[in-house]
Design a protein around this ligand. Sequence first.
Ligand code: RB5
Length: 151
Amino acid sequence: MIIALGVDHGGFSLKKTVSAAIEADNHEVLDLGTFDETPVDYPDYAKSVAEALLNGQAQRGILICGSGVGACVAANKIVGIRACLCHDTYSAHQGVEHDDMNVLCLGARIIGPALAVELVKSFLAAHFSGSERHKRRLKKVAALEKTPSHD
Ligand code: RB5
């Protein structure tokens, strides 16, 4: 898969580690920045990663900010994005299997590199189950995107 990777300055310290973990699992990195620790705005990176997924340039995304929260909130504003902040490996794979999570969010100020690698591996190895009950729930999630508050 091609993995769109976006980080802000708060996530920059984990970027090399995560990028290497993606490549170690034989996936390709689409590096959408940032490229140093100069302060930037995390919504810009959430937008870039989301657009890469929606236009087919990448199949999954990883966003890293300081806590992982801001990037996750921003990414989930975009229709078609199912982003989750996962700092445990169960959620990192179950989020894909049950909820078709397409963006993993991490907080570089919260977790260390070893756990980040485990989380990335769990996320990338997981596949949506395709089971009827999960598809039914995903349809309901998609319907929420069409509520008037999103118009
Ligand atoms: C940047 O200082 C920080 O606010 C950002 O990386 C992220 O943690 C937001 O949720």
